[in-house]
Design a protein around this ligand. Structure first.
Ligand SMILES: Cc1ncc(COP(=O)(O)O)c(C=O)c1O
Length: 430
């Protein structure tokens, strides 16, 4: 299995052998084996990226759909971002004080997402969601936070629970869960925990748990039910922000306004960034010495000048081409449809929205009705998905969650080559 890949990746194999002696599991992010280790192989070590393509240390070229965990909507090594970074580097890396770029970047974010009445920058999405939740607990004086089953909001203690199917509904620390796309599950959550909930956090389109778009009335129902009980609603837009439109998807695409928003990834084109912000009264508690406040924030690297200038260059480039989002979303949805046409219907499915495309191999058909994380989990065949993805890597298509996301740099040729690669992989999988 994967003999062609193994023969072509001698250097990666050497680095992998060394990495296993250094890092727990050989990796520094749990998913970066891309399932290849579970197929008696090892992940490629990447050396260089350009546009929609990556090259590994053995010189193999890949069409990339992982795009740095969905961050590179402008493509790898974008000249404008590189120039901004080069210019800033010449002045020193990080001076540990205020820099003008954070103000310019904050203003650009606020112009794109007016709901960000006040915000704070940190270095990762995991910090941003952790701080957002802390602020909600301070503001409401209530202990519990709810997230959807399978929802990934980073590796912090506040939200690192119910990540893997099968799920139960026992409280974890001060966290409880409910089902995405299931209004009954919102009702059950509210009946059981409504008076104790400080916040509900959800991605407008579920990322790591399946690439699942919301049913038309799900987010608005959640908004109504949370507002009724003074429960704060956080939209985690760390993947969806600046992916489906120039701004935040919650308000701009789904017409539902949360109390707080978290951002990262695309907003700084692959430089470390977390953003949390929203309502002025909630964010006021993050100010030093605020009555009822507690320590929120910190971070030696928060508002790091390199992240700030990358963010400014990214937003300027995306704003200048914001009318192109519609076409990227259309291309993504057509591509998803084309993939579904070649996948054997009961054995695999492509799911997503706009430029987000996940491919799931299935052990049985998904139960009918609105797609939920649990329904997907019931039918999901993890071992086969790992193999499908590993075989795609062997064919020169690099992704995770079965595929990943498109960028503005992907060409029609990339998509055609990918469809052919999927056909080849399916023949091997039979
Ligand atoms: C929706 C969502 N929230 C939060 C995070 C955590 O962000 P980071 O990896 O920058 O800590 C991620 C990362 O994958 C994410 O997808």
């Amino acid at each position: 299995m994967l003999e062609k890949y193994k023969q072509a990746s001698v250097q990666s194999k050497k680095f992998w052998t060394r990495a296993l002696k250094l890092f727990s599991g050989g990796i520094n992010h749990n998913i970066r084996t891309f399932g290849l280790d579970r197929c008696q192989a090892y992940p490629p070590f990447m050396e260089r990226g350009e546009g929609s393509h990556l090259w590994d240390v053995d010189g193999n070229e890949y069409i990339d759909y992982w795009m740095t965990h969905f961050s590179m909507i402008l493509g790898h090594n974008h000249p404008t971002i590189r120039k901004a970074l080069d210019n800033q580097l010449a002045k020193g890396v990080h001076l540990g004080a205020l820099n003008e770029h954070q103000v310019v970047f904050g203003e650009l974010l606020q112009e794109a997402i007016p709901e960000l009445k006040r915000m704070r920058f940190c270095s990762t999405g995991s910090e941003a969601t952790g701080y957002a939740v802390r602020l909600c607990r301070l503001f409401t004086g209530k202990p519990l936070v709810a997230k959807v089953f399978g929802g990934w909001h980073g590796g912090n203690d506040a939200l690192g629970y119910y990540l893997r199917y099968p799920f139960d509904d026992k409280p974890y620390y001060n966290g409880v869960s409910f089902e995405f796309n299931d209004r009954d599950s919102i009702d059950a959550l509210m009946n059981k925990y409504g008076t104790k909930l400080a916040a509900v956090i959800v991605e407008p389109v579920i990322g790591a748990a399946g690439g699942i778009p919301p049913e038309p009335d799900f987010l608005s129902y959640l908004r109504v039910e949370t507002a009724k009980r003074d429960i704060l609603l956080i939209f985690d837009e760390i993947i969806t922000g600046f992916r489906l439109c120039y701004g935040a998807a919650g308000t701009a695409v789904f017409n539902v306004e949360p109390d707080l928003i978290t951002l990262g990834k695309i907003a700084a084109s692959g430089m470390p960034l977390g953003v949390y912000g929203g309502r002025e009264d909630v964010m006021a508690l993050a100010a030093p010495g605020a009555p009822k406040g507690r320590w929120v924030g910190g971070g030696t690297f928060s508002s790091h000048p390199l992240s700030m200038v990358a963010g400014i260059a990214t937003l300027n480039a995306l704003r200048a081409g914001k009318e192109k989002y519609q076409s990227l979303n259309n291309i993504g949805e057509r591509f998803c449809h084309q993939i579904n046409e070649i996948l054997p219907q009961t054995q695999a499915i492509a799911v997503g929205m706009g430029s987000i495309i996940f491919i799931h191999c299935l052990s049985r058909p998904i139960e009918e009705g609105p797609l939920t994380v649990t329904k997907l989990g019931d039918a999901f065949d993890k071992a086969r998905t790992d193999l499908f993805q590993s075989l795609l890597v062997e064919e020169g298509v690099f992704g995770y969650h079965g595929l990943g996301g498109l960028s503005f740099a992907h060409s029609q040729n990339d998509l055609e080559v990918t469809l052919k690669a999927i056909e080849t992989v399916l023949k091997t999988l039979k």
